[in-house]
Design a protein around this ligand. Sequence first.
Ligand SMILES: NC(=O)c1ccc[n+]([C@@H]2O[C@H](COP(=O)([O-])OP(=O)(O)OC[C@H]3O[C@@H](n4cnc5c(N)ncnc54)[C@H](O)[C@@H]3O)[C@@H](O)[C@H]2O)c1
Length: 437
Amino acid sequence: MSRLEDLGARIDSREARIGVVGLGYVGLPLAVEFAKAGFQVTGFDLDSEKVRQLNEKVSYIEDVPSEDVRQQVEAGRFYASTHFNDLSLTDVINVAVPTPLSKTRDPDMSHIVAAVAEIRKRLRSGHLVILGSTTYPGTTHDLFVPLLEEAGLECGTDFAVAFAPERIDPANKKFDVREVPKVVGGETPLCTELGVKVFQPVFDHVVQVSSTQTAEMVKLLENTFRAINIGLANEIALMCDRLELDVWEVIDAAATKPYGFMKFTPGPGLGGHCIPVDPSYLAWKMKSLNFQARFIETAVEINGQMPEHVASKVGDLLNEDRLAVNGAKILVLGVAYKADVADMRESPALDIIQQLREKGGDVRYHDPHVPECRLDDETLKSVDLTDEALKASDLVVILTDHSGLDYDGIVAKSSRVFDTRNATRNVTDHREKIFKL
Ligand SMILES: NC(=O)c1ccc[n+]([C@@H]2O[C@H](COP(=O)([O-])OP(=O)(O)OC[C@H]3O[C@@H](n4cnc5c(N)ncnc54)[C@H](O)[C@@H]3O)[C@@H](O)[C@H]2O)c1
């Protein structure tokens, strides 16, 4: 039996040891799930502070309870490490490192390349390496595999490679990791088979596709679908603004249609590591094939205009009160990119705050999940949400609809509220103070 075929049996018996490279929003939940399924798991990260916290049984990801980390560390099934030498102890290596855009908005593969460099040094016959970072179609076949093969081993014969996109939705309490089907595509049928086998103990459903390119494209379709539909919702919001209609009322009524309509909502702009970034990976790849991804370009343009639209509406609302942005006291509620997370990556709030400050606005923020954030070279600190802070503000601007905030009280105490998320939908009193996107 070849070492790769032997790996199947080792996965079945849980003897196979799992490595996860990159312990962020994606890698840490995955590592913990593998450990819960009975595998020995080692997590690798460059960030020694994250590694220290995990080995002290503390989770820094809101969706992963510290209790889960504690149980797995104490059971001896999970530890974290900055020492890549321990990769040689693993049989299956999952890669979950960032895939951002460069300053010129091209794919930045540097984290994947750096991770591969560490894996390649320890690659041996019988290894299964699974890329989970979102990336353009062809990355696994054209970049990942050739870099690994520089170790002098052959993919499909000596070692196996698969791509398995991550579908985690931070702060989504409706589905736990297990319940969301896992898509896997391998470089060869044996690679696919091994990829499916390793995820079966962790996910209720594993969806097998015919190649790594297909699996990469599945992920990009999912996130492009979201970016384009959010773009449509944002454009409908801009149209409703001109037509003096309430976009939320329009969308909620349309969403009562039981078929052929899926609800997407507008907002102050796209945020997070995925939706603003991933479609640009696909557009970049298509450009190299002389194909213009027009839907993506349009969505990027519309979504990208939303922070400016919000900043301009803030100016209009202050103007109605005979105030200028210059000198106005503006209190922003929520700076994270979406409700109930602490993630600030690509958050439109920073852009909006910056635009208002450039016009002389005295802008403060409150966010229960983000005690402080960086804007250029400055550190901004979340202010307490007191009655005085609300009363002292010329305008309160809701940019993130975190749950747990008392929106009735916020509206009651504020002079005016600009709500870009419809967070105040259930507020019944003083509705005349609320202005919606
Ligand atoms: N966050 C999400 O909701 C989400 C959802 C689906 C897919 N994804 C994709 O998953 C990938 C990871 O995203 P994330 O949100 O977990 O990122 P993250 O920034 O939260 O975590 C990445 C981790 O990788 C570490 N890292 C970077 N380079 C490394 C290296 N060379 N070796 C070891 N560790 C390294 C970082 O220190 C960090 O802890 C990205 O491709 C992203 O697009 C993210």
